[in-house]
Ligand binder design. Structure first.
Ligand code: XMP
Length: 512
């Protein structure tokens, strides 16, 4: 296993991704907790991440001295390189020409890090992002690559198996960067690369059995991938000690509620309570048009209904949740203050405390795409695990203004037509998320010989890696024309279609 010490870089998670893609398990810890984690986990190698601080500032973060004293191989990236240099007796200076974005490194010497990837005497593109730079190497180190503004773009102390680079090998903008990370974890640190989803599944099952014993577990299904994968995994571990509760708020996409019930009850034979609560949700949302009020209303009611159902089932000590790794990585925050709430996300936050239950979270160590792989491993249908993300408050936040049963019905149909056309065009997996929005605006149209006065439907499709930033998808006009014609012809209540060409930022992906 590999330990990644986080100094607060925006891209630390990508290091973890690259390591795991090599079949090697790794964890990220903030530098403040690195020493304890190192003692406990006994990793075969350590990677020091980048970070926003300057090592020239007193009291800036450092790697635990223990890491250097223990004899394990260390790979420093950007800030990680600088703190390594500073801690081992070299020097770092600020105020030089900063390098951001594309740069080129020239390879001066062979190095285990470059094996089979970069060759002596050649130049390769890399991605840099730094203000400070190393100006004097610690004893034992040699320079193995240079760039125009970083005389020590890559350095190595082969005797001690220390490697450090000024650029970022973990980002896609450094074309062969993933292979350098592979060389470090596989060749230098000697990790075997046998961490697979099959192995994870077995381990997770054993852990669940140990944690739960003979107690009962309740799991809320949302219709999404994460809760479904968690439920199937837990059922495999403890069988019918698990009961699933599906609070159907009537805000899912067309046919999804039925699919969840069929999949769990009929296919997996997992005990499932299906609470048909759409009437309650619609009543609670009546007249509500403020996006935050909508979100809070849905969140609150969801918890009430879920809690009441759990009480009826009775006797469960554990609550299962599909929490993922990005939600639990403790981030290193230098700004301290809370960030602004753009949207309050509704999942089941607050439930466990309120119900006084212990949590079972078998996906806590996984990234989203790893959950998809695990889902496939557990036999969930491809079409289900590959689904686009869907927000907790569902269609309510794709219906700006007040929500009515009629609008929801039109929206559901329009959305299904749009997704159907996207699938037929073979674009579903290229697009991160696509959906229809029904606007509160009505406009005039003409159909046959008659006047129409109906709602406008907006279509949205974005590409993204993590939902944090996104670009609108550049459909060709013929495709959009086809979708618009079908929606207007087939969906009662919609007579005009527009396409949303806003990226994020400044837009958000959802409209509310
Ligand atoms: P925004 O609209 O903030 O969305 O750009 C980013 C991603 O998050 C999803 N989203 C949610 N997911 N509960 C969720 O589980 C929510 O309340 C929620 N709101 C937005 C959104 O669909 C997109 O993928």
């Amino acid at each position: 296993k590999i330990l990644i010490v986080d100094f607060g870089s925006q891209v630390t998670q990508l290091i973890a991704r690259r390591v795991r893609e090599e079949g090697v398990y790794c964890e990220i810890v903030p530098f403040t907790k690195a020493e304890a984690a190192f003692r406990e986990q006994k990793p075969k190698g350590v990677i020091l991440s980048g970070g926003p601080e300057s090592v020239t500032v007193e009291a800036s973060p450092r790697a635990p001295q223990l890491v250097f004293d223990s004899g394990v191989p260390v790979f420093g990236i950007c800030y990680g390189q600088q703190t390594m240099a500073a801690q081992l007796g070299g020097a770092v200076e600020g105020g030089h020409h900063a390098e951001f974005g594309r740069a080129e490194v020239e390879i001066l010497a062979d190095c285990p890090l470059f094996k089979g990837v970069w060759h002596k005497g050649e130049k390769y593109p890399v991605w840099m992002s730094h203000g400070d730079r190393v100006t004097k190497l610690p004893d034992g180190f040699t320079t193995v690559a240079i760039s125009r503004n970083a005389p020590f773009a890559a350095v190595a102390d082969e005797a001690r198996r220390y490697y450090a680079v000024q650029f970022h090998p973990e980002v896609a903008h450094t074309p062969h960067g993933a292979l350098l990370i592979r060389n470090f974890v596989r060749d230098v640190a000697g990790c075997s690369g046998d961490w697979t989803m099959g192995a994870y599944r077995e381990e997770a099952i054993a852990k669940i059995r140990e944690q739960v014993g003979s107690e009962k577990v309740i799991c809320g299904l949302s219709g999404g991938v994460d809760s479904a994968v968690a439920a199937v995994l837990i059922h495999e571990a403890i069988g019918d000690q698990l009961t699933c509760v599906f609070v159907d708020h009537g805000l899912l996409r067309l046919g999804e509620a039925e699919q969840v019930v069929a999949l769990f009850r009929d296919h997996y034979n997992i005990p499932l309570v299906h609470v048909e609560a759409s009437g309650m949700f619609l009543a609670a949302l009546e007249g509500v048009s403020d996006p935050e009020v909508k979100r809070k209303t849905i969140g609150r009611l969801f918890i009430d209904v879920f809690e009441a159902e759990s009480k009826k089932i009775g006797g469960a000590k554990f609550l299962a949740q599909g929490t993922l790794y990005p939600d639990v990585i403790e981030s290193v925050s230098f700004t301290g203050g809370p960030s602004v709430t753009i949207k309050s996300h509704h999942n089941v936050g607050g439930l466990p405390e309120r119900m006084n239950m212990k949590l079972v979270e078998p996906l806590r160590e996984l990234f989203k795409d790893e959950v998809r792989v695990l889902g496939k491993e557990l036999g969930l249908p491809e079409g289900f695990v590959g689904r686009h993300p869907f927000p907790g408050p569902g269609l309510a936040i794709r219906c700006p203004g007040t929500i009515t049963g009629e609008k929801l019905e039109a929206l559901r149909k329009a959305d299904a037509i749009y997704l159907d056309e996207i699938r037929q065009a073979g674009l579903y997996d290229t697009i991160w998320q696509a959906f229809a929005v029904i606007l509160p605006v009505k406009t005039v149209g003409v159909m046959g010989d008659g006047r129409t006065y109906d709602h406008v439907c907006a279509l949205r499709a974005v590409t993204s890696v993590d939902g944090m930033t996104a670009d609108f998808y550049p459909f060709d006009m013929a495709f959009l024309g086809r979708v618009a014609t079908r929606i207007i012809n087939e969906v009662k209540g919609i007579n005009r279609v527009t396409y949303d060409i806003t990226s994020k930022p400044p837009g958000t992906i959802e409209w509310e």
